[in-house]
Design a protein around this ligand. Structure first.
Ligand code: NAD
Length: 241
């Protein structure tokens, strides 16, 4: 099938569904200018003193907070990024009553910026930050304008992003809701994710339907399982619907 034929097939599947769930990752936001981890120009390909996965781990955050925040502020926060055609189409499908949930591994808040209402953020959000001691809330600008390690202006505690770092557990309430949505879905669209980060990637095993669509720029270990695999840019593919 050509790319156009695949997009036509995707359109048919979407039109015949009314309980679609989207499961996505960092590749959904690359067309908004936010680098992912594993693409050729992703963060893994750039050279740092430590691999990104080491820096954004709980141990590193505890032991080397200055270096953590230096990397985090420069590479993980993109205050000017705007939703792309993929985010916008998903919000539109929700508004039309077709899509019931976006489940994302992303932490950039772009689905909500595009208008999506039901967004399950498996790994949290850079937009929310809390004092570790007194739990005062801080927005992303507070982190960006802080020098070095951000501290609470009320109690002096360290302000931690509401982001699930490597070695940290996922929120059970969000996980359970994601399982419920996926197991009830009549169509599951997976896009922009290498499907290697667990437990998030394991969630797709709860899908029981026969409309599993994978949209990714590179092959994944789940391609053989999918009913339709579209090798393309997700913004272009969803934007063409
Ligand atoms: P990943 O980097 O492991 O994989 C991204 C996948 O998306 C790759 O397979 C790549 O080929 C594909 N891709 C890239 N651009 C694409 C596009 N335009 N269209 C279609 N496919 C595209 O990302 P992951 O699977 O999400 O896992 C990485 C972890 O890093 C996640 O936990 C995520 O929270 C975090 N992360 C998030 C952001 C963000 O919030 N925007 C950015 C970087 C990393």
């Amino acid at each position: 099938m050509t790319l156009e034929q695949k997009i036509d097939r995707l359109r048919e599947l979407v039109e015949g569904s009314d309980n679609i769930v989207f499961f996505g990752g960092a590749g959904v936001s690359t067309e908004s200018g936010i680098p992912d981890f594993r693409s050729q120009d992703g963060l893994y390909a750039q050279k740092y003193k430590y691999p990104p996965e080491t820096i954004v781990s709980h141990t590193f955050y505890r032991q080397r907070p200055e270096e953590f925040f230096e990397f985090y502020k420069e590479k993980m926060i993109a205050p000017d990024a705007q939703p792309n055609a993929a985010h916008l189409k998903l919000a539109e499908l929700e508004q039309r009553g077709k899509l019931k949930a976006v489940i994302t591994q992303n932490i950039d808040g772009l689905h909500q910026k595009a208008g999506s209402k039901k967004v399950l953020e498996l790994h949290g959000s850079v937009l929310r930050n809390y004092c570790e001691k007194c739990h005062t809330f801080y927005d992303v600008n507070y982190i960006l304008k802080s020098e070095g390690v951000p501290v609470c202006e009320k109690c002096g505690g360290r302000v931690k992003p509401d982001v699930v770092l490597y070695e940290e557990g996922l929120d059970m309430g969000i996980l359970n809701e994601a399982v419920r949505c996926i197991s009830e879905a009549d169509m599951l669209i997976i896009g922009g994710t290498s499907l290697v980060v667990y437990p998030a990637a394991g969630l797709i095993d709860y899908y029981r339907g026969n409309k599993l669509v994978l949209i990714n720029k590179s092959a994944t270990s789940r391609d053989a399982q999918a009913d339709l695999v579209i090798d393309g840019k997700i913004g272009e593919v969803l934007g063409a619907l």
